[in-house]
Design a binder for this molecule. Sequence first.
Ligand code: BGO
Length: 271
Amino acid sequence: MEIKIALAGNPNSGKTTLFNNLTGSRQRVGNWPGVTVEKKEGSLKGRNDVTIQDLPGIYSLSPYSLEEVVSRNYLVNEKPDAILNIVDGTNIERNLYLTTQLLELGIPVVVAVNMIDLVERNGDKIDLDKLSKELDCPVIAISALKGKGTKEAAQKAIEVAGSHQVAAIPSIYDKMVLSALSNIESVLGSQIDTSMARWYSVKVFERDERIDEILKLSADQTSKIEPIIKKVEEVMDDDAESIITSQRYDFIGKIVSHAVKKKGSKHELSI
Ligand code: BGO
């Protein structure tokens, strides 16, 4: 049976370098249907049964850019068996924003921390075990340029793809938001695939218009959901989308303070 692994990451994270390293010359290039965004896929070297699907370089899965919508439509509709999320280790805080969204899709994720050669050269330290524990997914250090760790990262993605376990979701949000999300999930009920409940409830909470188009909520559902969102907005004195964004950043900030030590920083990393 074919195993599909989606390769996702920020622009400049080294995605093209990793894709070339994993697939060699065995690539097929085209466009995503209906749009002029390049689509590349290829077989993993030595594994004809494993397809690596390259996604456009993106910073988030918001509905505001074509690349982001192409990526999220693919992930939500095609449901690859695993996501290999390449993260620039020299810019980890910004790169983890996308990671927090990928982790909510209910698809197993492996995080490949790239540019580890530069991280080491800079004298910085990334505690991979801690990162893995707090993100609740496997984390592997790689240098796509030097071909270091890349095979292991692909192997790990194949492993999680075959595990058939529902992917874990890290605890990103506070109690109030979590309770609102779970109330929204109840209103959505069997309309959504349970493995993607978190993704949909967050998007509905954010009032993402494209999700509205997909779910086609009834007037009854909307009348139940809107007060749930409004209540959190009133208490937190912010709009729903900003509440989600800022809680993602708080979560990332906490992880980075525990797992990343920049050379010369005051905070000692306790390994
Ligand atoms: C240039 N280590 C190091 N040191 N560099 C890496 C690694 C790594 O592990 N992985 C990738 N790079 P893309 P996206 C470049 O092109 O794959 C480098 O956008 C240059 N080019 O070589 O293109 C990689 O697909 C001139 O660098 O990323 C590339 O995600 C001077 O990161 C850049 C210096 O990789 C982006 C670098 C003409």
